[in-house]
Design a protein around this ligand. Structure first.
Ligand code: GDP
Length: 723
């Protein structure tokens, strides 16, 4: 039967770790008593060591769930070492009981003094060959008088806490001092509230040495306050100092047994009506009571566990189709998924794709250069006209246009292509990692996501400088001379046509938008006409001013200074002071200006398109000065080709090689078991899955143990039968 309690105590701890609901609770012994009733002394007498916090200032502030585990001494072997363990703290075995005492004191004092007591229990296990298998819960002592530095509500708080623990099926150990009238015992009073017949209350009467043996005996007979489980009298105070190798508890036990031996008659020791006295008797009594209480709970708890297990198994089937996971498997899966995703993304960084992207970036630059050097040039139409003239030979073209082309080409090649193209690709990589880090499942793992980003930035920082220098170096020849093959020329010309056609459509669209905005083509025409007259007037004024300035230079310098200090805006306002300038709202005048810009551009684009499509341009690279667009497009393509080549070697290959290795070596593989579990549990879906799975596993284990217990009980002598 001893075996049963031990097993049930194990089961009890497992059940507590499953959940705290009352349905799944096996009984424990709850120790209550007022302050200084001798509660700690009794508990220490049972354990045989001093280990509870001492002090005047109410040191038990949290319940202590004390599990005693008997470790039997094996014949012929040294006695097992006694030690304590705080499973919740992970500080290992404490073989020195004063360390246990210190830890308990610290844990108690960690409760803020304004809270005074906490409901959160401390789990303490003591393994020893000298303790019985018992579970005891030590609660803060009832206070009689609140002291000044304790909160007003302390009394109720403690009472509430005790009330919670003395509920069924727990056994109540009510500690009362012999020298205090039992009528005044808060422990008995509280117990009577929940257990009026005293069916699950044991009285412990301490300080028996402080009253006369007769008086003591009178209390123990329990006539005044009968308890079904009876009273046990103890003396739990050491008188005399411990000798060598003795503990205080040992001395206390000795003086206790001396006391009861001395007064054996009064307590009927050995007789028919023997009263229960002494710590040893108390221990035995507690074991009996706990055991029978647990045994009678067995049936109910087995049913309750069975029900819970069935529910958990059902949920596990329905929600997860019985698929088991582990934190490790989740980590492995996440890593595989990450690598796969990364692998797939590398497709977007294949050379032709990168080259096309770079070319489109460079084509934007070509447009800028063209706009800067050609379209704004007043002589631009002339170039088109020259191009159309079949009699004209390339060498007849003015040196002006040859210079212009050289300047354009050098603007393009010297615009920092190395840096720009490297950064463009690096930005692409960054965006890729950002999207991986921000997507499933890394959105649940902010720290891991942060590290992903960190590694990728580290690699990029490392490579960007080298790559951009390398690219710049390799495109250097194009800064001086670009050879164009006829095939390349034709491709460049076609791309230029496409580019212009796209630009043309864009321009027309924008112009159309403005038209709609101002209220139709006619109105826009009027507006433009008006803006043009304004423009002419302004030019007229400029001319007059210039003439005046010339005059002034002849006279003196002072007047000139004065006139130029008037702000241009004011000048314009003054000049436009005619009623006419109120005809259109300023926003529309602005629209008209933009529209004029677009239609000018349209005009140029049309001219250039005609030039590009002309026989002269189609003839080949010798027409480069007529068709700078085709030439610049060929240059852009060559730059894109060379850049993509070196970006691939210097940046992409490094990145795609190194990044997966960083993940391997630094993201998750150096995690210990706890970190792996924490990581997996960051994902709420995985957390729920693990929780249910764990609950089901634990319930299964408990069920197995409970079943083995019932066969143990049904089959009391299995060993003999086997023989
Ligand atoms: P707690 O506050 O209920 O935990 O009470 P303690 O165990 O700390 O005991 C309060 C005081 O009573 C201490 O000074 C103990 O030494 C003393 N005490 C406890 N048990 C006995 C006993 O059986 N006899 C005597 N004479 N004193 C005791």
């Amino acid at each position: 039967l001893m075996h049963l309690t031990k097993k049930l105590i194990e089961i009890r701890s497992m059940l507590i770790s499953i959940d705290q609901s009352d349905a799944l609770k096996l009984p424990s012994i709850v120790v209550i008593g007022s302050q200084s009733s001798g509660k700690s002394s009794v508990l220490e007498a049972i354990v045989g060591h001093e280990f509870l916090p001492k002090g005047n200032n109410m040191v038990t502030r949290r319940p202590i769930e004390l599990t005693l585990i008997h470790t039997p001494a094996k014949p012929g072997q040294p006695a097992p070492v006694e030690y304590g363990e705080f499973p919740g703290l992970g500080i290992g075995k404490l073989t020195n009981f004063s360390d246990i005492q210190r830890t308990l004191t610290d844990l108690n004092l960690a409760v803020p003094s304004n809270e005074a007591v906490s409901n959160d229990p401390i789990d303490l296990r003591i393994y020893s060959p000298n303790v019985p298998d018992l579970t005891l819960i030590d609660l803060p002592g009832y206070v009689q008088i609140s002291s000044l530095d304790q909160p007003e509500t302390l009394k109720e708080q403690i009472a509430g806490l005790c009330e919670k623990y003395i509920r069924e099926p727990n056994i109540i150990l009510a500690v009362c001092a012999a020298d205090v009238d039992l009528a005044n015992s808060p422990a008995l009073r509280a117990s009577r509230k929940v257990d009026p017949l005293g069916l699950r209350t044991i009285g412990v009467v301490t300080k028996m040495d402080l009253v006369s043996p007769e008086q003591g005996a009178g209390i123990l007979t329990g006539n005044r306050y009968p308890l079904h489980l009876g009273y046990v009298g103890v003396v739990a105070k050491a008188s005399g100092t411990p000798g060598k190798g003795e503990t205080k508890a040992l001395v206390a036990r000795r003086s206790e047994s001396e006391y009861f031996k001395e007064h054996a008659d009064a307590f009927g020791v050995g007789g028919e009506s023997a009263m229960m006295v002494g710590t040893a008797t108390l221990r035995r009594r507690l074991m009996e009571v706990l055991e029978s209480s647990m045994a009678s709970s067995l049936h109910g708890i087995t049913n309750a566990v069975q029900l819970e297990l069935e529910e958990a198994a059902y949920q596990f089937k329905v929600q997860y189709n019985d698929r088991r996971i582990s934190p490790e498997s989740y980590v492995a899966e996440t890593m595989d998924h990450l690598k796969l995703r990364f692998q797939k993304a590398t497709e977007h960084f294949k050379r032709p794709i990168v080259r096309a992207k770079l070319r489109s970036m460079l084509e934007d630059k070509v447009m800028d250069v063209l706009e800067q050097l050609y379209w704004l040039d007043k002589r631009a139409p002339e170039l088109g006209a020259l191009g159309q003239d079949p009699r004209l030979k390339p060498e007849d073209l003015e040196p002006y246009w040859h210079h212009k082309l050289e300047a354009a080409s050098s603007l393009l090649t010297k615009s920092g292509v190395g840096r720009d193209s490297t950064i463009m690709v690096a930005d692409g990589l960054r965006a890729l990692i950002d999207s991986i880090a921000g997507g499933e499942p890394f959105n649940c793992h902010p720290r891991a996501a942060e590290r992903l980003i960190e590694f990728s930035h580290m690699i990029l920082r490392d490579r960007i400088g080298v790559t951009s220098d390398q690219v710049e170096n390799c495109i250097k020849p194009f800064k001086y001379d670009v050879d164009v093959e006829p095939r390349e020329w034709e491709a460049g010309r076609e791309r230029a046509v496409e580019m212009y056609e796209k630009e043309l459509t864009d321009c027309e669209k924008k112009l159309g938008e403005i038209k709609n905005k101002v209220g139709g083509g006619r109105r826009l025409g009027n507006l433009i006409g008006y803006v043009k007259t304004l423009e002419e007037k302004r030019q007229q004024r400029e001319k007059e001013k210039a003439a005046k300035r010339l005059e002034n230079v002849g006279n003196s310098g002072g007047a000139e200074e004065a006139s130029s200090s008037i702000s241009p805006l004011r000048q314009e306002l003054e000049a436009d002071d005619s009623p006419e300038s109120y005809r259109y709202p300023p926003a529309q005048i602005l629209d008209a200006r933009v529209a004029m810009m677009y239609s000018e551009r349209l005009h140029i684009l049309k001219l250039r398109l005609a030039a590009l499509k002309s026989k002269r341009c189609k003839a080949g690279p010798q027409s480069e000065a007529f068709c700078p667009e085709a030439f610049l497009n060929v240059v852009a393509d060559k730059l894109a080709y060379t850049s993509s080549l070196f970006i691939n070697i210097e940046l992409l290959e490094h990145f795609f090689y190194q990044f997966p290795r960083e993940i391997d070596s630094r993201l998750l593989y150096d995690l210990d078991r706890k970190e792996i579990v924490d990581f997996a549990r960051e994902n709420p879906v995985v957390r729920r899955h693990l929780d249910l799975q764990e609950r089901k596993d634990k319930l299964e284990e408990v069920m197995k143990q409970l079943n083995s217990l019932s066969t143990l009980r049904a089959d009391p002598q299995p060993k003999q039968r086997r023989q």
